[in-house]
Design a protein around this ligand. Sequence first.
Ligand SMILES: [Zn+2]
Ligand SMILES: [Zn+2]
Length: 198
Amino acid sequence: MTYKDTAAKQAAGKEYYLKHKEKILERNKKRYQEKREIILTQQKEYNEKNKEYLTAYRTEWNQKNPDKAKIISERAKKKRRQNPEKYAHDLAKSAQWRRKQKIDLMNAYGGECTCCGEQNIDFLTIDHVHGGGCAHKKSLGSYGAGGHFYAWLKIQGYPQTGEFQCLCYNCNCGRNHDPEGICPHQRAKQEPNGEEQQ
Ligand SMILES: [Zn+2]
Ligand SMILES: [Zn+2]
């Protein structure tokens, strides 16, 4: 089929659709209602199976179409305001998703602070061993934030290249404040009187 044929066919299809729009919409609605459960299950299965691809596709699309993405997000915001119960439900669901991402991630990186051994997941974070964490996350666009960064690491197969490590917030902060990026815990070990000397 040549391009011209395809275009003609599309035009004819569109004309037919416009002519019988109401009938078609009515028929689709009826079909949807009859098979709602099946369709929703299939859709859910498809989304689940292609989650990573779909997220990547959406991220790329949003970056390429910032104006349209803004309109869509405004529309979604309005919808959320109109249905606060559903919004609360969605929020709970995304919190659940973030939690799952974090559990998987921390397990993949040893499940405890590499420095002090802290195991409480609420105290744990992921550390860029060689620094540059902020710039790296920024370069990932919407993958750089929170649970999405965790998901990004999952897509990369949780690299065990020594680039990332599990640290607690305390040790992470301690490392950030140190000119050489060494946690005060480790400094204290290196210099036995380090803590008292100030
Ligand atoms: Zn620690
Ligand atoms: Zn430490």
